[in-house]
Ligand binder design. Sequence first.
Ligand SMILES: NC(=O)c1ccc[n+]([C@@H]2O[C@H](COP(=O)([O-])OP(=O)(O)OC[C@H]3O[C@@H](n4cnc5c(N)ncnc54)[C@H](O)[C@@H]3O)[C@@H](O)[C@H]2O)c1
Length: 249
Amino acid sequence: MQNLTFNFSGQVALVTGGAAGIGFKLTTSYLEAGSKVVVWDYSQEALNNAQKELSKYATQVTFQQVDVTQRTSVEAAIKALPQPIDILVNNAGITRDKSFGKMLDADWDAVIQTNLTGVYNVTKGLLEKFNPQTQNKRIITISSVVGIYGNFGQANYAATKAGVIGFTKTLAKELGRKGFAVNAIAPGFIKTAMTNAMPKEVLDAMAAKVPVQRLGEVDDIANACLFLSSQQAGYINGTVISVDGGIVL
Ligand SMILES: NC(=O)c1ccc[n+]([C@@H]2O[C@H](COP(=O)([O-])OP(=O)(O)OC[C@H]3O[C@@H](n4cnc5c(N)ncnc54)[C@H](O)[C@@H]3O)[C@@H](O)[C@H]2O)c1
């Protein structure tokens, strides 16, 4: 896919969960667009792989091992931040799927702690670390279609992805006057390393349910995210952009 082109030179983007999956694509896309990027991820293995893959951007990218569920971890990383940031992408997220009757307290707690409290910990911690010189501050949180429409076996995940939409709309109201635009992206079913390992028939059947007849690519999410980060998108505030091929229609 030919990606949209953006120029973020002179800006700094921080991507949580930025070492793998959609987050890694976001990291790569911001780097390609000239931004400096701070990658926060709790997986040292993913960070090592990302660092290897992105060696040609070594002067532009900083990797920090951070667990977004742990305030002490977030605080320590913030203290070590090389410079103020312009763009925050709350992308780190997990699933622990089970039908509600079978869901364990631990499944509930882990998903809330990562996808909802993690977004709070990171955003709260970084609020005063945005570049005071710019009126183009951006906070983008990766929600999900599941947060809008629900999904069997994902009561915990859907609650968090709906929760971050309320969080986004509230911050959009509170922070708009301070030079922020705050938005969410709700991806549909996106192809990642995990889905690539699934049988082709299963993937084809899933694609057939999408009006545009294909699964989403990580590039689809990156294009939406970079657009929302751009100066030109500065009047888009407090919205949720669905990037799902129309699957929920
Ligand atoms: N893949 C999809 O189809 C899809 C659809 C809708 C929404 N999303 C959302 O997009 C985001 C990225 O999903 P993905 O499919 O790329 O997932 P992924 O599992 O491939 O990557 C998530 C990354 O986040 C990191 N991470 C997880 N918990 C963390 C923590 N506590 N602290 C720091 N880092 C942590 C992981 O190490 C990993 O690198 C998530 O928020 C997910 O809910 C994904």
